[in-house]
Design a protein. Structure first.
Length: 313
């Protein structure tokens, strides 16, 4: 069994059909089927069960799928590390971000791409739980996410905190003073909140804060997607509470926002990467640029400072 076979196997598992996997691998179907058959013969067990027109992994197949991913990722990391001993800063940065955190990433990209023109990027979007899993599975190296985290297996760099704001349709007339509102204004309005697909996050944080003010909110919608919530607010369905930068990152009409005068929480974001795992030189430079730009003098797990490139690089 070799790396090529493991890649074939993982592609079939992901596509759930040999035909589709062969198309993705740019090869014909019979040789691919033969490779899977050879793997099953070598292991002396089935890797797939046929469910109608789809192939589903057996228990043994599920274990091999995960282990094969680890093996392939480790091999690719090793090749990158070897190549980077003699080459300049290049390669691909695999980074994921919450949509509510994207402004932190986009603010760095402009000058960074000018300084490192040989670096390319693969961007993933998802909630914090999804991106933690993606880092653990070596699908991405870096994540910019909202706290709290579900795991302690990450090194972190804190990013600037920001206020939560109440966003309402501009047709609503609220009892407020200037740009601020009190929490008791939430007593009777329909509220829509961000909610992670798995794990605890901003939903629980905001709900606890509202209830701490003696209010039981009328929540009419929970959703992991901030742009969907803002769209629903724009349509007049209800109000939402989001980090301030989220409102400015997306263009929606018919909205207005207010800060809370009596709030005790802020939206906290961090840059994360896996503890003890090799980071590409490109990712190390990106971390350093984030550190330089936001200049947070906080208690974080450090990485060695990296000298910025000279003109000859």
């Amino acid at each position: 069994m070799d790396l090529k076979q493991l890649r074939y196997f993982r592609t079939v598992a992901e596509e759930k059909q040999v035909t589709k996997a062969a198309e993705k691998l740019h090869m014909s179907q019979p040789p691919l089927s033969q490779q899977i058959k050879l793997m099953e013969e070598e292991l002396q067990m089935k890797l797939f069960d046929r469910q109608g027109r789809k192939l589903e992994l057996t228990k043994a197949g599920e274990i091999l799928y995960k282990k094969a991913g680890d093996i392939i990722a480790l091999f690719e990391e090793s090749m990158t590390e070897v190549q980077e001993t003699s080459e300049g800063v290049q390669g691909k940065i695999n980074i994921g971000t919450n949509k509510t955190c994207f402004s932190f990433v986009s603010s760095v990209f402009g000058q960074f791409t000018l300084d490192y023109p040989n670096i390319t990027y693969q961007l993933r979007e998802g909630d914090t739980y999804f991106l933690e899993e993606a880092i653990r599975n070596r699908e991405i190296e870096l994540g910019v996410v909202r706290l709290p985290l579900q795991s302690e297996n990450f090194d972190i760099f804190p990013l600037p905190s920001e206020p939560y704001v109440l966003v309402v349709p501009d047709s609503w007339e609220l009892d407020h003073s200037g740009e601020y509102v009190e929490f008791d204004i939430l007593t009777d309005i329909p509220l829509m909140l961000l909610h992670r697909l798995k794990g605890e996050g901003q939903f629980e944080l905001i709900l606890d804060e509202i209830q701490a003010h003696g209010i039981e909110p009328r929540i009419v919608c929970e959703c992991p997607e901030p742009t969907m919530l803002l769209s629903l607010v724009s349509s007049g369905m209800g109000a939402t509470i989001v980090p301030a930068s989220t409102l400015h990152a997306f263009s929606f009409s018919n909205l207005k926002s207010y800060q809370f005068a009596d709030i005790n929480i802020k939206a906290e974001s961090v840059l994360i990467w896996h503890k003890g795992r090799y980071l590409s030189k490109a990712s190390e430079r990106f971390i350093q640029r984030i550190k330089d730009q936001f200049n947070e003098n906080l208690n974080v797990t450090p990485i060695p400072d990296i000298k910025e490139p000279q003109a000859s690089e």
